[in-house]
Write a protein that binds this ligand. Structure first.
Ligand code: PHE
Length: 359
């Protein structure tokens, strides 16, 4: 065996003996590093005569490549051993009981959405979603808000900065102030019959015990050839008595104005309200709960649906608001404070089933 073969056996032996990345790196440096054995031998080539230099040069290059290959293989082996060790240590026994101090709960908002989805999908609604960032067209114009109409300001809109566009420009970007924007997307893309609910975040610049700059709405949209006001009344009355779990819940439709519905109404439910008492159900008072109406023909037209063939209704409600009423939560701001004590008090256990209209 010549010198090079001896050196090769020697270095390969140390590569195989390296049991972690650090020692492998040391082996690499002492063989191939700037002051390494092979590098040193390469530097001595200059002193050899040309024939010897050629022969030796080729042999050293081959050696260098072989050693680098051995090191790469060893790196792969060490990495996979390390991963195996890590996976073995990470093993969890999923059959172990939950540790009591780690028990989580479902946020009342998530629970309320689950209840809403259950009730409306039982009634035959599908779920549709749309973007939080919209423009004037989807938030106002398509929904029949006239330009410069005070209702555009009424919504306390958050506009996105864009130096080139003014309020009122159809493509001026904003955070949607209501989920009615998704009505427009759905009507533009889907032939009636349409029967959808739209859950989502909405934004208005407002902050007190009953308003937060971000809150959630649930919107409903039904369009077909013969959809009429009695369908709207029946649908919402069934929904409200199912959601509040009160069979004879009094429901009142009070005339109102929305630019995108005609006629429009606000819906109230019966309640008892005095100094120390608040209870939903038959009583002396009314509590406003949602907005609704028959889709304005202009909205159908703006979205490419023929108002001479189709008609429909829509409704919209604040999800935190109906959660607060059902579960006796006094302040809307607490929903988003992530206070563990609040979550433990108002949260739900993961296996609690939402109620359904199909009793
Ligand atoms: N978009 C209305 C609001 O945010 C609610 C609504 C939806 C009213 C659909 C009528 C029909 O106040």
């Amino acid at each position: 065996m010549n010198n090079i073969d001896v050196l090769k056996q020697d270095i390969i032996g140390t590569v195989h003996a390296a049991n972690d990345m650090d020692s492998l790196e040391q082996v690499r440096v002492s063989a191939l590093g700037k002051k390494g054995q092979i590098t040193g031998m390469m530097q001595s080539l200059g002193k050899m005569d040309p024939d010897q230099r050629r022969e030796m040069g080729q042999a050293l290059n081959k050696l260098k490549n072989e050693i680098a290959g051995e090191i790469d293989n060893r790196v792969q082996i060490l990495k996979s051993e390390e991963m195996k060790k890590k996976l073995a240590a990470d093993k969890i026994d999923v059959t172990l009981p939950i540790r009591p101090e780690l028990k989580g709960s479902i946020h009342p908002l998530s629970h309320t959405f689950e209840e809403l989805f259950t009730i409306f999908t039982d009634m035959g609604f599908d779920i549709a979603e749309g973007p939080d960032i919209e423009d004037e067209f989807y938030n106002f114009t398509a929904l029949n808000f006239p330009p410069e109409h005070p209702a555009r300001q009424m919504h306390d809109t958050f506009y996105l900065p864009d130096d080139n566009l003014k309020e009122g420009d159809a493509s001026k970007k904003l955070l949607r102030t209501h989920t009615s924007t998704v009505q427009v997307h759905v009507m533009q893309n889907q032939e009636p019959p349409i029967r959808i609910i739209i859950p989502g975040r909405t934004y208005r610049s407002d902050y007190d015990a009953t308003h937060t700059p971000m809150f959630h709405q649930l919107e409903g949209l039904v369009i077909d050839k013969k959809t009429n006001l009695s369908h709207l009344k029946g649908c919402l009355t069934d929904f409200l008595s199912s959601y509040f779990e009160i069979d004879d819940l009094p429901v009142r439709f009070r005339p109102h104005y929305f630019p995108f519905t005609e006629p429009s109404a606000e819906v109230d439910i019966g309640c008892t309200k005095d100094k120390n008492n608040f209870k939903i159900g038959a009583g002396d008072n009314w509590m406003e709960i949602l907005g609704c109406g028959m889709i304005h023909p202009n909205v159908l037209k703006n979205c490419g649906i023929d108002p001479d063939v189709y008609q429909g209704f829509a409704f919209g409600m604040g999800v935190e608001r109906i959660a607060m009423l059902k579960y006796g939560i006094p302040d809307l701001r607490t929903f988003f404070e992530t206070d563990l004590r609040w979550l433990r008090h108002y949260g739900f256990r993961s296996l609690e089933q939402p109620n359904s209209v199909m009793k």
